[in-house]
Design a protein around this ligand. Structure first.
Ligand SMILES: C[S@@+](CC[C@H](N)C(=O)[O-])C[C@H]1O[C@@H](n2cnc3c(N)ncnc32)[C@H](O)[C@@H]1O
Length: 219
């Protein structure tokens, strides 16, 4: 790996859910942030919703999956960004985790099935100025296109009655997301809504997939 030679690595040390997590980051990957910490804490609080074999999509630095690994889940890590993949290799080693790391555009290179998929997806509407290399944080014109594509294909990569847990900010068009989830018969619930300012909030959703339901995403 040439990452150490080519780009400057920053070290980030955090305590989350009583665990110490050290990660290495480059300026070209998404750093553990407010959404990362919130999602990780809520997953830890809702362990009963997580199956044993977990796939983290868009792992970034690996922060969330690392915490889940530390508390006993078997997590595979994936991301589209090559620099994230390089940092993930370092970060799993640093945290003594032996797991699979897959470079993948959503499910394009995923070969296994999991009990639970977790995702803190890119959710900013495309026009948004704040940007880590564009696709790291831009979720499409409405901010929900990437997550909707994920929902549509997740069932293929889940064991029977698996589930998908994801977080999304109200910077994205949440009304549109929920309308699409209703039209397409997703069995979803909001497991937590967290206000982070006067007008800003994050919703954390759980979708239960039913193998007998072939009607997802007709619309
Ligand atoms: C909001 S960041 C979350 C990163 C990390 N999970 C966290 O919570 O700190 C979104 C992540 O999704 C990745 N990503 C964006 N588009 C993707 C795609 N099509 N397939 C896989 N990963 C993607 C980005 O590279 C980035 O690491």
């Amino acid at each position: 790996m040439n990452l150490l030679n080519k780009k400057q690595l920053k070290c980030s040390i955090n305590i989350c859910c009583n665990y110490y997590i050290k990660t290495f980051l480059t300026s070209t990957i998404y750093p553990p942030d407010e959404d990362t910490f919130l999602f990780t804490e809520i997953l830890n609080k809702n362990k009963h919703l997580i199956g044993n074999k977990v796939l983290e999509l868009g792992s970034g630095s690996g922060f969330t999956g690392i915490l889940l690994s530390k508390i006993g889940f078997k997590v595979d890590f994936s991301d589209i960004n090559q620099d994230s993949i390089d940092c993930l290799k370092l970060n799993l080693k640093e945290n003594n985790i032996d797991s699979e790391i897959i470079q993948s555009d959503l499910f394009s290179n995923i070969k296994k099935k999991y009990n639970t998929i977790i995702f803190n997806p890119p959710y900013l509407p495309k026009e948004e100025l704040f940007d880590y290399n564009g696709k790291d944080v831009n979720g499409g014109k409405q901010g929900v296109e990437v997550i909707l594509k994920t929902l549509k294909n997740a069932n293929e990569f889940l064991e029977d009655n698996g589930n998908l847990l994801f977080i999304i900010s109200n910077l994205a068009n949440i009304k549109l997301l929920e309308k699409k989830m209703e039209i397409n018969n997703y069995n979803f619930e909001i497991i937590e809504k967290k206000n982070v300012g006067l007008y800003s909030f994050f919703n954390i959703y759980n979708i239960k997939y039913n193998i007998y339901n072939k009607n997802y995403d007709k619309n």
